[in-house]
Design a binder for this molecule. Sequence first.
Ligand code: GLN
Length: 515
Amino acid sequence: MDNAGGGLTVKHVLIIDFGGQYSHLIARRIRELEVYGEFVSHTIDTDNLLEYVRESYGVILSGGPASVWEGKHDDIIKLIIKEDKPILGICYGHQLLARALGGIVQRSHKPEFGPTTVFLKVRDRIFKGIPNSFIVWMSHNDAVIEPPPGAEVLAYSHGSPVAAMRYGIHYGIQWHPEVAHTSYGMKLLSNWLDIIGAPRVWKLDIVVDKIIEDIRGVIGDSIAVAAISGGIDSTTATLIAYKSIGSKLKPVIIDHGLHPQGEPARSIKLLESIGLKPILVDASDMFIEALKGITDPEEKRRIFGKLYAEVLEEEALKLGAEYLVQGTIYPDIIESGGRPGASIIKTHHNVAGLPRNIRLKIVEPLKWFYKDEVRRIARKLGVPEEIIKRQPIPGPALAVRIEGEVTREKIDIVRRADAIVREEIENSGIQERLWQYFAILLNSKATGVKGDNRAYGYVVVVRAVISVDAMTASIARLQWDLLERIASRITSEIPQVTRVLYDITSKPPATIEWE
Ligand code: GLN
C-alpha cells in the first residue's frame, strides 16, 4: 500500500502471482496473521512491480502452472532479487528462486500431488515450533534437484531433494503452506513474518476506525450518497460512511424493477434496523423501457449499468452530494488491474460499470479488504446476519436471468419462480450449504398439458450451486423430492410455465449465472 497522500498507510508484504491456484489464499493467510498482504500479478509493468517490492517488508513468489526451465520469468526474478528484500518462494516461486540463484530444476521422476511427508535437515528459524517431519500438501511436476551454490538445504521429501532451502535472506519451499491440508502452514508463514520483522498491525477494528476517521476528514461538511444494493458490500461500506459523517450520508436504493420478490422492501427494513434510512428512488419504468427489445446479455448489462449510474448521479446532485460511497472490495480493484493506494478517495472512476465522467468523487471504504475480511467487519459493525449471508445477485439482477427480451410479464414469471425455489430450499434447511440458488426463465416454449388442455408455455430452469468464492462451482445434488416439489409448485402456481429443468452443469464450463 503506498504511503503517498496520507490516508491508510500500512506497509505490506507483497505477493507476486505467477498464476497459481492458491495465490490469493497466500495474501489472505498473511492478513490473518495481521500483516497487510498486497497482491500483484507478475505481468504488471516492471517499474511498478519493483516499486511494490521496494515498499514491502518482503516478497512472496506464488506457485504457477509454468515450468521454470521454459525461462519465461528469469528476467523479472533477477530484477526482484536485486532489490535485496527478503523473498519467500512457494512451489513455482521456490523453483524460480532456486534457478535464478544458480540451482538446477528439472522435471521430477517423482512428481508429488497431495499429502507428502517432508523431513527437516536443518532446524532453521523458519521451522520454530514445527516438528522434524510433518505432512504437507504438494502439487508439482518439477523439482529443485541441485540447490544454488551457497544455499543451505533445509528439508527434503521423497520427490524433492530440495523441498526447502535458505539462501541468505531468502527462503524457498516446495510445498504450499497456505492450504489447510498442510500442517504447520500458518506457523511457517508466521515464523517467516517474524524473520523479516513485519509488525502485526493489520487488525481489522483498528484499521476500520482509521478509515472512519479518514472519511470524516475527507468529506468534512459535504454531503455523500451511498448506493445500496442490499448485499453485504454496499451495506457495510454505507455503514462505515454513516459512522463517519452521520446524517450527511444519504443512503439511496434504486428500484430498477428487477429485484427479486419482496425486495427492496425487505432490505429497507433490515437497513432501518441498523439505523440507516435509505431513500427509495423508483426508476423501474425507466429501466424496463430502456431494456425493451434488447436480447444480447452484454448489451443488457451495459444499458443497465449506464442507466443505474445516471439515475444515481441525478439523485446525488438533487441531494447536493459531492461524494459517492461505493462497496468496491479488494478483488474488484485487483481484477481491474489497479492497486488500492493509500487514499480513501478515487480520482478515476472505471470500476463497477460507472462512467468515467460521473460528477461525483468516489469513496471506497472497503477497497483494501477481501470478502472474508468484509464479513468480519460487517459482523463487528452489527450488520444483520441476513444481509451477511444473503446470496450474491448480479448487478442487473433479474435482467440476466431472463433469456431474450425483458418484459414485465417475464419479470413477473421469473420472480415468482425464483421465490418458490428460495422458499422450498430454505424450508428444507439446506441453504447454508449452498452458494446460490435461483430460477431462470428461458425464451423458448414447450408443450404441456394442464387440466386436459394443451398448454404451450415457458420453460424455467432451476440452478443451485456450491462454491467457496464463485471462481469455481459444483452443482448442488438436491434431493429428488425437493426438486419435484419445486417443479410441481412452479407449474401449478405460475400458469404460463409448462416445464421446469434442473441445471446440472458445473463452473467451468458453465458460469453460475445464465447470461
Ligand atoms: N509448474 C510447476 C511444477 O509443476 C510449479 C507447480 C506449482 O507451483 N504448483 O512443478
